[in-house]
Write a protein that binds this ligand. Structure first.
Ligand code: C2E
Ligand code: CA
Ligand code: CA
Length: 351
């Protein structure tokens, strides 16, 4: 007994009554998906079960909707069943999202700085600025959790601007205090970068803070090129023209199009930690070595510096040195530090 209803413009509700096995939902869902396959239309579906998930029709629909959104996020064109875990995750996300604005005004966000080392000079090259949230009840929340949420509700625009300003201020302060002349790398979210006033804001903030753009590197991920390749490339060219460096982050995790080296005004390529072999896996190591070495060589030919991140051991460091990597970042040298921790280390003569 199946009834189909049109729910919104492109959402349909299927009520499937009188079935005894979950597998039947899946086979029905798969049948529906395969019909659209022939038309090359991508469909995502979610389902919830009466009375297991709820006895309330509204709630059942909401749960199925949530499952459908999870299916979309997981890469579309698939079917997912509602789970309690989905619900808890959703509630936590909503809670964190709603707390962000107050947390921001209360000063709960903080910038950490992770040192980067230049191999050839064996000196500090600079820092990557990394955001943290010291939530009053939850404790420390990592950026991997809250940045995607801030991107969903556009709060990333406010956070991102604050990060730029804070990083610029530190750069300036350290320059005045102890002639720091290194690079400050700043992560910029695709949403922030593609906003029409980003370049103008970047430029006016750097003037306001009196920092030299050549001491600043903007880190972007290749996510920005998926939909609007030419527009993103144009924005990067404008940023480069202003004198800022540009780093392509997490290289190797996505499409990793080598064409980026040719078409984008990159100064630095950050090869993702998954390309750095761990000390144990030997057969994997050979493959990772070949990839790393070739990417590094190619980057070198384009005049792009190679940063290896997530370097944790001396073996990895030695290996990366042999592979022609220019810059190293990772726990092997230092964890991300608060400003105070960094100043302590300076005092102690570590840097
Ligand atoms: P990412 O840009 O790839 O940053 C590197 C991540 O690796 C950081 O995680 C860093 O703490 C971690 N890491 C550094 N050294 C090591 C190591 O030796 N081993 C291991 N296992 N990990 C290491 P973190 O700070 O949790 O940041 C996670 C991600 O959040 C960042 O990844 C970045 O994508 C994003 N993020 C951080 N701050 C900002 C920000 O201000 N704006 C935006 N848009 N994104 C940010
Ligand atoms: Ca980064
Ligand atoms: Ca990275």
């Amino acid at each position: 007994n199946i009834n189909v209803y049109r729910f919104t413009a492109d959402e349909f509700l299927v009520v499937y009554a009188g079935i005894d096995e979950i597998s039947k939902f899946y086979s029905l869902g798969e049948k529906i998906i395969s019909i659209f396959d022939n038309e090359r239309i991508s469909v995502s579906g979610g389902f919830s079960v009466f009375p297991d998930n709820s006895k309330e029709s509204n709630e059942l629909i909401n749960f199925a909707d949530l499952a459908m959104h999870n299916a979309k996020k997981a890469g579309k064109h698939q079917l997912m069943m509602f789970t309690q875990e989905m619900q808890s995750k959703f509630l936590r996300s909503e809670m964190l999202k709603s707390k962000m604005p107050t947390a921001f005004t209360k000063g709960e966000f903080e910038l950490f700085f992770q040192p980067q080392f230049d191999i050839s000079s064996s000196k500090l090259r600079g820092f990557e600025a990394l955001l943290r949230w010291n939530e009053s009840v939850e404790g420390l929340i990592g950026p991997d959790e809250f940045i995607p949420l801030a991107e969903e509700n556009n709060f990333i625009l406010i956070l991102g601007e604050w990060v730029l300003k804070k990083a610029f201020e530190c750069q300036k302060k350290w320059e005045q205090k102890f002639n720091f002349d290194g690079i400050m790398s700043i992560n910029v979210s695709p949403i922030q970068l593609m906003k029409e006033d980003f370049v103008q804001k970047l430029s006016s903030l750097s003037t306001e803070c009196n920092v030299n753009p050549s001491n600043i590197e903007i880190e972007v991920t290749e996510g920005i090129f998926i939909n609007e390749t030419e527009k993103a490339a144009e924005i990067l060219r404008e940023i480069k023209k202003l004198g800022f460096g540009i780093s392509l982050d997490d290289f190797g995790t996505g499409y990793s199009n080598l064409k980026y080296l040719q078409m984008l005004p990159l100064t630095t390529l950050k090869i993702d930690k998954s390309f750095i072999p761990s000390d144990s896996e030997d057969s994997q190591k050979d493959k990772a070595c070949i990839m790393f070495e070739n990417i590094a060589r190619l980057a070198g030919e384009f005049g792009v510096m190679v940063v290896a991140e997530g370097v944790e051991t001396e073996q990895q460091y030695d290996y990366l040195t042999q592979m022609g990597c220019d810059i190293i970042q990772g726990y092997y040298f230092d964890k991300p530090l608060t400003e105070d921790m960094f100043l302590e280390k300076i005092k102690a003569g570590k840097y």
